[in-house]
Design a protein around this ligand. Structure first.
Ligand code: SAH
Length: 340
């Protein structure tokens, strides 16, 4: 960690040197570059680790505390396994959760992109040194453009994952209320950490909320928003579960605007790294052609009284189309009201 450590054992009792040393040391940490805040975060984690005896009940929020205090040093620490396991009092399931989260953080920090690295492997034709814009960035830009065009202020990010879109939404004051929903507590923990929710000013914090929930069930909390985003989410549901999501979002929550993005499977042949016939991500339950996506979207729109338009995300290949397809739904009553 970069400290010069001076640890001098403290005698059990100075009156009786024959009793030997106590289990305590007088500790001095010195560094030219590290800050006091870093020292406190290191000690917060490492004192119980060195002690190897936690004196209070270890609950699930200890994982969050560990991730927060370990930010910037624990993901890459060579003794990460030992530290994590001892900090969590060797509670196996918590340790595994923490280690998985740390690994995701490490990967994300390694290239500051999503875990779905293949999503980022493509972009427009570019000069040798110029990096192509990651597809994930193009996707977020397309979504933000659609939301701004609709004048949406209160926005749901459904299946928000690690909170990258929420982070972008927060940068624009036009978005006054941003709610990230995901079924994965782990993803939400990482999102909270990415956003720095606990360090955020009150004003900023009041604009954002992360909450756990499944899109396969109707949820009262999701009613009354201007817009909902489903960015690369539908393909993570088993096809037989998709109608439940459709109903929960379009039938029950019923925001004025819904933006849906999903991979265009036709584009997969343009990826040299993707073996033929493979989906882009291990958790994708299906990937659709442009025709399949349009047919689904048109049917959903019809059933729930929305209008739908389509837009490409990324380079629109003349033969196979764009890497990602976007559908923009508008509630019909809204459209008529606008026209009037
Ligand atoms: N929207 C993000 C993340 C996409 S990954 C982005 O565009 O990068 C898909 C996300 O959907 C995952 O975080 C996963 O946990 C979430 N998800 C999958 N099924 C879900 C469900 N039934 N309810 C809520 N979230 C779900």
């Amino acid at each position: 960690l970069g400290w010069t450590v001076d640890a001098e054992p403290v005698p059990l009792d100075t009156e009786f040197p024959q009793w030997g040393d106590s289990r305590y040391v007088r500790l001095v940490l010195e560094s030219e570059t590290l800050t006091l805040a870093e020292a406190l975060r290191h000690l917060y984690v490492l004192l119980p680790v060195l002690d190897d005896a936690k004196h209070y009940w270890v609950s699930a929020d200890e994982v969050d505390k560990l991730l927060r205090a370990g930010e910037g040093w624990l993901p890459g620490h060579p003794e990460q396994q030992l530290i994590t396991s001892r900090y969590l009092s060797r509670r196996w399931s918590l340790t595994r959760q923490a280690r998985e989260a740390l690994e995701l953080v490490r990967l994300a920090e390694a290239d500051d992109s999503e875990v779905e690295s293949i999503d980022n492997a493509v972009g427009e034709e570019t000069e040798a040194e110029e990096k192509p814009t990651p597809l994930a960035v193009l996707r977020r830009e397309a979504i933000l453009t659609a939301l701004r065009a609709r004048g949406a202020a209160r926005v749901l990010d459904l299946g928000c994952g690690q909170g990258q879109l929420v982070q972008e939404l927060l940068k624009d004051v036009r978005f006054t209320e941003i709610v990230g929903v995901d079924v994965s507590v782990r993803a939400l923990t990482i999102a909270a950490r990415r956003l720095g929710l606990d360090r955020m000013g009150e004003r900023q914090a009041s604009r954002v909320q992360l909450t756990q929930g499944s899109l396969a069930y109707t949820d009262q909390r999701l009613k009354g928003y201007d817009a909902a985003v489903l960015s690369e989410v539908i393909e993570h549901l088993d096809l037989p579960r998709l109608p439940a999501l459709e109903y929960a979002v379009f039938g029950h929550a019923r925001p004025r605007t819904v933006v849906v993005t999903t991979p265009n499977v036709e584009y997969n042949v343009r990826w040299e790294t993707l073996p033929a016939g493979h989906v882009r991500h291990g958790d994708h339950r299906f990937e659709w052609t442009r025709a399949e996506f349009r047919a689904w979207a048109a049917e959903v729109a019809e059933r729930h009284a929305y209008e739908v338009e389509f837009a490409p995300v990324g380079p629109d290949d003349p033969e196979v189309g764009p890497p990602t397809q976007l559908a923009l739904f508008t509630l019909r009553a809204e459209k008529e009201a606008k026209a009037a």
